[in-house]
Design a protein around this ligand. Structure first.
Ligand code: NAP
Length: 250
């Protein structure tokens, strides 16, 4: 089976590792090309946008793709919407790998907000020391709250300049002890994060809990209208079932 995996996540990398050397599948992993130094992958990769829904549909047809796995980040809503539309248009089966969202537990002080502008507003009128862990492309709304002292942590440098901001380049997974040390040394008073889910970046939430710090949590975009799997193992099981049922299978 020829597979196209839309990646940029831990799950996509894991799935690629599981598929490498599996004679049943011929998989290509696709990157948007956002990071300068992408991690090495176990299967062939391609990089760059497809050119919208039509471009993706053309790729699926031209490369005779038998199944499309959208393992992009839960906040990569445009790519996922394009995957849903292109799969409908071409009849190529689609599975969206969607890791469960984080939910607050005892000891958490989360303010849930629907979007990034609401997150900036939720920081309030009094200057605070803010750890911003939302990636580098959604920073613009924070220019409306320039009185806070921002520490921006992302893989790539910020795309927007904030008046009182410093940047640390870092890529998960993050460890609890490091997160606790960062909160302490930087005297962080509040964390802003997207509800990405998953274990690679959730240590900051445990650290906030231990330090009794508030978290502004940006809600996910609407879930796609497509079949979903919570992780790479479930996606692999889905693929194995499809392969067994296909005319070319076993
Ligand atoms: P997005 O806004 O949903 O997508 C914007 C456009 O980028 C898409 O329409 C597509 O261009 C291209 N694109 C996105 N993912 C692609 C992929 N895997 N392969 C080829 N083209 C892709 O996406 P985004 O939020 O900027 O995310 C970009 C990448 O970073 C994704 O791979 C995602 O998994 C990863 N990522 C995103 C976040 C996040 O918070 N958004 C966090 C961690 C990792 P065309 O329309 O031209 O096809």
């Amino acid at each position: 089976m020829k597979l196209l995996i839309l990646g940029g996540t831990t799950e996509a990398t894991e799935l690629g590792r599981a598929l490498a050397g599996d004679a049943r599948f011929d998989a290509t992993l696709s990157f948007a090309g956002r990071t300068q130094r992408p991690l090495a992958q176990a299967i062939p990769t391609r990089t760059g946008g497809f050119g919208g829904i039509e471009g993706l549909a053309a790729y699926l047809r031209d490369h005779a793709i038998d199944a499309l796995i959208d393992a992009t980040h839960p906040f990569a809503a445009q790519m996922t919407a394009h995957a849903v539309a292109a799969a409908q248009q071409t009849g190529v089966p689609l599975l969206v790998v969607l890791r469960p969202a984080w939910v607050p537990g005892p000891g958490d002080h989360w303010t849930m907000v629907p979007g990034m502008a609401d997150a900036a507003a939720a920081l309030g009128p009094v200057p605070r020391r803010v750890l911003l862990t939302i990636g580098q492309k959604d920073l613009a709304p924070f220019t409306a709250a320039p009185w806070h002292d921002y520490l921006i942590r992302s893989i790539e440098p910020p795309s927007v300049a904030l008046p009182q901001a410093r940047f640390i380049a870092a890529r998960g997974p993050f460890m609890l002890d490091d997160e606790l040390a960062l909160l302490q040394s930087e005297r962080i008073e509040v964390i802003v994060t997207k509800n990405s889910g998953g274990g690679a970046t959730d240590a900051k939430l445990e650290a906030a809990r231990q330090r009794n710090l508030p978290v502004v949590m940006v809600a996910r975009p609407q879930a796609p209208e497509a079949e979903t799997a919570p992780d790479a193992a479930a996606a692999l099981a889905w693929l194995a079932r499809r392969h067994a049922a296909s005319p070319r299978g076993v």
